[in-house]
Design a protein around this ligand. Structure first.
Ligand code: AVJ
Length: 320
């Protein structure tokens, strides 16, 4: 039988592999999913409340204003599914509206974090007694086969512009896998951030209180905690750049000095030049055309879009 130490090693295998590959590459990079451990998820929650981070606020306004229209367009007697539900804090708006139309409803939140799902189940159960919540612990990027066994018309929520973390070919792959578990008539509601002036984008990803910088640096703190690495967080700074050609925000951690770092769990010595960067995250920003193409390439048909008055954020309904 495996000891708990061995189990811990097995559990962090994906992490060890990703870190070894990313930090031995030139240029250095780390996958953005590493940002979301318990501490990272809490920091992201704080980001969503920052004055500079317009995304969450704007999407919530759109959902509040158009919930009835969105559900009307999606069709009658719906079962809700949410990809990367987390604590499902914006989903309440749609659930509330749904329960005005139908007396009972099913909700399947999907997330890799059992603790986030637990919180969602408790909160939603209290708030909506007629809602049946069936959490699914899964990494939705590989598709979720269980979805095909859900009967009735489904509306799959993929909100928050989480899709923006993926390179366009990966985004299409993920949406296709989801599409494969749906039936004719099912729908997808995709929330995505629009491309806009860098004057608005840059502060959203480099706020004045330094919360985004702390969120970014948590990836190194996590390597210190889980791989016993000796990153000195004071010798790295958070950088956010707008890449207009690729229509994405890019996040980096930049070494302020020449330094070496040791990662015992990987028996890995790392050298950093002064100014050398680790690429930690992309956040794609879309035009209407990019959304339409991405959905079409994934086997969906875009039916209707809703946005705020300034067109900062969009919510798009697509049909199988
Ligand atoms: C969770 C991917 C939507 O890209 O805006 C926020 C992550 N990173 N600030 C985004 C994030 C830095 C966020 N998403």
């Amino acid at each position: 039988m495996a000891t708990s130490k061995q189990l811990q090693f097995i559990a962090s295998d994906a992490m060890a592999l990703a870190v070894r590959e990313g930090l031995s590459a030139t240029p250095k990079h780390l996958p953005s999913w590493l940002l979301y451990d318990q501490i990272g998820s809490e920091l992201f929650e704080q980001i969503t409340e920052l004055p500079e981070y317009y995304l969450t606020r704007t999407e919530r306004c759109i959902l509040e204003r158009y919930a009835a229209e969105i559900l009307q367009q999606a069709g009658p007697s719906l079962t809700l599914v949410e990809l990367g539900a987390g604590t499902a804090s914006k989903t309440c708006i749609l659930i509330e509206e749904l329960l005005q139309r139908q007396s009972r409803a099913l909700f399947y939140p999907i997330d890799v974090s059992p603790s986030a799902l637990d919180q969602a189940v408790r909160q939603l159960g209290r708030q909506f007694p007629s809602l049946r919540v069936s959490p699914i612990v899964a990494d939705y990027t590989g598709g979720v086969p269980a979805l095909s066994r859900i009967s009735g018309r489904k509306l799959v929520l993929y909100i928050g512009s989480s899709i923006g973390n993926f390179e366009p070919p990966d985004a299409v792959r993920i949406l296709r896998r989801i599409r494969q578990t749906l039936w004719a008539g099912d729908a997808l509601l995709l929330g995505a951030d629009f491309a806009k002036r860098s004057k608005l984008l840059l502060p959203a990803y480099n706020d004045s209180q330094g919360i985004t910088a702390a969120f970014s640096k948590n990836i190194l703190a996590r390597l210190n905690r889980e791989l016993d690495a000796d990153f000195n967080l004071d010798l790295f700074c958070h950088i956010a750049l707008w890449n207009r050609r690729q229509s994405r925000m890019e996040m980096y951690l930049e070494s302020t000095t020449a330094q070496t770092v040791f990662i015992p769990a990987l028996d890995m010595d790392l050298y950093f030049e002064p100014g050398e960067r680790i690429h930690t995250e992309n956040s794609y920003k879309y035009t209407d055309e990019m959304i339409e193409v991405m959905l079409r390439q994934s086997g969906f048909t875009l039916e209707q879009s809703w946005c705020d008055r300034k067109k900062w954020f969009g919510v798009h309904l697509a049909r199988v």
